[in-house]
Design a protein around this ligand. Structure first.
Ligand code: ADP
Ligand code: GN1
Ligand code: MG
Length: 366
């Protein structure tokens, strides 16, 4: 059955007025996102959740509501009514049946929240100020959730279990369903040479040295809205993978997505590199908000997490390429391979800078 559009489901949400227009929005790889305008002049984000990736979207939405209620209550308690504070959390709309979602007759699973005005996301960080702002917002988000008493459901089990991601790649290579393994020899060599790295954080966690916390798990830099005027981080979005995890993964994904000056899928690999000034701004921004609750072991692993997550996401893109593009949205046959190559080039660059990154981390209190 053909997929429905947001204007066909908008009437099921308890929103004043009528939807008058919609357009696809954002550059995410998983869900379908739309900006919908109502005749009241108000704008909303509608999302058709990818139910192949998120098998239990109702549980996911229970997490979503728990998180946004928790942060919303803090905002109310703080009673700081300047615009930045009011916009700090997403506000999910309710359907007329009281649920924070709507299922359409074509099998689509929809949610909706208010559009946050006066702010935007960036796919590529333009300057250290933006990196500081984004990292401070993600650290603030972790801090906001550090006293959440309920343990959230795992929307994707083993999401950042790097050894499990490696095992999935090995299985995909053995099966070679798309006949693409012959194209990825050097990429596989790159990964296999780093096999030992993959288990490092998980081993520390299993040894009880790293504490499980509620983390975002998808801190790609375009998952935080930056204020158009002040340049500060306004609101952390894309809450599908907020669940128990290690804060290090969140910092690592900021390093992966913000330090690279090129698009995540560029073919111009010569220009892919880790920008040291952006790393420093991320570290300072993140510690300005998360430094308060992290312990010293957690802090010492911040630079390494950049290598690990970049390698892990590269492994995931490569696995999807070998599997015939079944997970991430693609717009060309080699798209996932191009993405994987960028991650590996960036991981190698981070590795080369690791010594100086660790020195900096020690010197600023990480
Ligand atoms: P995806 O899962 O597709 O990455 P996101 O939830 O990250 O979806 O949303 C896609 C884009 O839509 C974001 O990068 C951001 O630009 C925009 N966006 C999402 N939610 C809002 C919001 N409440 N207000 C303004 N823009 C938003
Ligand atoms: C996906 O949804 P989006 O585009 O923010 C993916 C992340 C990856 C990222 C790589 C649920 O994030 O884990 O790091 O692509 N999200 C999911 O760009 O798999
Ligand atoms: Mg997103």
């Amino acid at each position: 059955m053909t997929k429905l559009n947001p204007d066909q489901v908008s009437g099921a949400f308890d929103i004043a007025g009528r939807a008058t227009g919609f357009m696809p929005y954002g550059t995410g790889h998983i869900n379908d996102t739309f900006l919908v305008t109502f005749d009241t002049g108000k704008r909303y984000i509608f999302q058709r959740v990818n139910t192949v990736v998120f098998r239990d979207p109702e549980t996911l939405m229970r997490n979503f509501v728990a998180v946004t209620n928790h942060i919303g209550a803090k905002i109310a308690a703080e009673q700081r009514n300047h615009p930045g504070t009011r916009r700090r959390s997403l506000k999910p709309a309710r359907a007329y049946d009281g649920e924070p979602f709507v299922r359409d007759e074509a099998g689509g699973f929809w949610r909706c929240y208010e559009f946050i005005d006066g702010a935007r996301t960036f796919d590529i960080v333009e300057n250290p100020g933006q990196a500081f702002a984004a990292a401070a917002a993600f650290g603030g988000f972790q801090h906001d959730l550090s006293d959440l008493r309920t343990r959230l459901a795992e929307t994707i089990p083993d999401f950042h279990n790097t050894p499990a991601r490696l095992a999935a790649l090995e299985t995909a290579v053995r099966q070679d369903v798309a006949g693409r393994v012959r194209n990825v020899g050097s990429e596989l060599d790159f990964v296999m040479a780093r096999r030992e790295l993959c288990g490092r954080l998980i081993r520390l966690q299993q040894a009880g040295e790293l504490i499980e916390r509620t983390t975002h798990n998808d801190t790609k830099i375009n998952n935080v809205l930056i204020d158009d005027v002040s340049g500060t981080g306004v609101c952390v979005i894309d809450l599908d993978t907020v669940m128990p995890g290690l804060p290090r993964y969140d910092f690592g994904d900021m390093v992966r997505s913000a330090t690279n000056p090129m698009p995540e899928d560029t073919r111009d690999l010569d220009r892919v590199e880790m920008r040291s000034d952006i790393f420093e701004a991320l570290l300072r921004g993140y510690l300005s908000t998360a430094g308060r609750f992290l312990n010293s072991v957690e802090k010492s692993l911040l630079p390494f997490s950049g290598v690990l997550i970049t390698l892990e996401i590269g492994i995931r893109f490569l696995t999807d390429y070998v599997s015939g593009d079944v997970y991430f949205k693609t717009s060309r046959p080699e798209h996932n391979l191009d993405r994987a190559r960028v991650q590996f080039k960036l991981a190698a660059s981070i590795e080369r800078h690791l010594g100086e990154m660790e020195k900096l981390n020690e010197s600023i209190g990480g």
